[in-house]
Design a binder for this molecule. Structure first.
Ligand code: SAH
Length: 361
């Protein structure tokens, strides 16, 4: 697709036919900035059109080419048939009593994922899925219950973001990659999406307003650190003893805790961000005083803060601890000099809280 070539060459037709056969096309934002410029040039657009499209999408909540009135009609048609901005649609939305809104996004190939918009005061946070299903298979989480389905592309992640924006008629102040999937095992597409979010010409969200949550993939953490951007990182610890942790998070067997801690130290050094440990409190399993002390020790090694998440119920194998236990756990962390917060439960009445996203019909 170098400047000047007609998009309707034979090869191009084969490419498009193949995409159609597979049930989904790449979106415009699955392509890099220079590719987008070439695509637009090939479809007959002038050099400034790429910026005009960005403005419609990221400033005016308009994702349909036909509404982009400053683009010529033939150009709109050409782009629309080959490079949609959004892929998939919201099949179902549930709104919680606290205004948290969960959307089931269905992609053209039939895959469904969930994403959530979480308002607090005047700011909204979006929670985006990076995979359909999840290979993590954490015992207490709904996302991996049926295993891994497939990776999402950056354009598919962006589609969740844009569809949610449309549904609340606003863009979010923060975005967290805490929906279904392990972002760092879909590294390239996740990275691409992070850059779309962070790009000043696009979503223009500061890196500190974007959080990547991971079960701890050392190589992925280091690769992300090498970008030297200040994305927030959250590490799902959930148990300070490696053996017990492996039971709770089967996938963590492949990634020794010591290596994760080393990687987080690199992340801290390169980005100057304070990592967060996420800790889902499960009654009788990881809520003991000993666990609290050990967690404090690990947190101090990386100078991490700890975010305690009382278990959000999705199956009866676990229960959240009572309030006192949660506060005692936090008290121990604080006594040891570790900053600890308790995550407020949002959207539980519609199964939109952490660990409750699955993508069911
Ligand atoms: N795979 C990544 C991204 C998912 S983020 C990760 O594991 O970090 C979702 C966060 O919610 C993780 O910290 C996850 O462990 C936590 N979580 C999962 N199930 C939960 C549940 N039932 N209750 C509370 N938190 C849960």
């Amino acid at each position: 697709l170098k400047g000047g070539t007609c998009p309707l060459t034979e090869q191009w037709e084969i490419y498009v036919a193949e995409k159609k056969r597979r049930g989904h096309k790449k979106t415009l934002y699955d392509h890099s900035a220079s590719e987008r410029e070439n695509i637009i040039a090939d479809c007959g657009g002038r050099s400034f059109v790429s910026n005009q499209v960005n403005n419609w999408v990221f400033r005016k909540l308009v994702y349909e080419y036909e509404k982009m009135t400053n683009l010529s009609k033939p150009l709109r048609g050409e782009l629309d048939s080959h490079f949609p901005i959004v892929t998939g649609h919201i099949e179902k939305t549930l709104t919680s009593a606290d205004d948290t809104r969960k959307a089931l996004v269905r992609y053209p190939d039939g895959t469904g994922v969930e994403c959530v918009s979480i308002p607090s005061d005047k700011r909204v946070t979006f929670c985006i899925s990076t995979m359909a299903g999840c290979p993590g298979r954490c015992l207490f989480c709904a996302s991996g219950k049926h295993g891994f389905i497939r990776n999402l592309s950056r354009g598919e992640m962006l589609s969740q973001y844009l569809l949610l924006s449309e549904s609340i008629n606003d863009y979010p102040a923060n975005t967290v990659l805490m929906g279904s999937g392990e972002p760092l095992l879909n590294f390239d597409e996740t990275r691409g999406f992070l850059f779309i979010l962070n790009d000043q010409k696009l979503a223009d969200l500061g890196a500190r307003r974007i959080t990547v949550s991971t079960i701890g993939i050392p190589e992925g953490i280091i690769r992300l650190a090498e970008e030297e951007l200040q994305f927030e990182i959250a590490f799902s610890l959930h148990h300070p003893d490696e053996k017990q942790r492996r039971k709770l998070i089967p996938l963590s067997r492949k990634y020794p805790l010591a290596a994760v801690i080393e990687a987080l130290l690199v992340y801290r050094r390169k980005t100057n961000r304070v990592p967060t440990f996420e800790y889902c409190l499960l009654e009788g399993i990881n809520d003991t005083l000993q666990c609290a002390h050990k967690t404090a020790r690990l947190a101090k090694r990386v100078r991490a803060k700890v975010n305690l998440i009382p278990y959000n119920t999705f199956c009866d194998d676990f229960r959240p601890p009572d309030r006192d236990t949660v506060f005692t756990f936090r008290g121990i962390l604080e006594q040891e000099g570790v900053t600890a917060t308790i995550r407020r439960q949002r959207g539980a009445d519609i199964d939109a809280a952490c660990g409750q996203l699955a993508g069911r019909r």
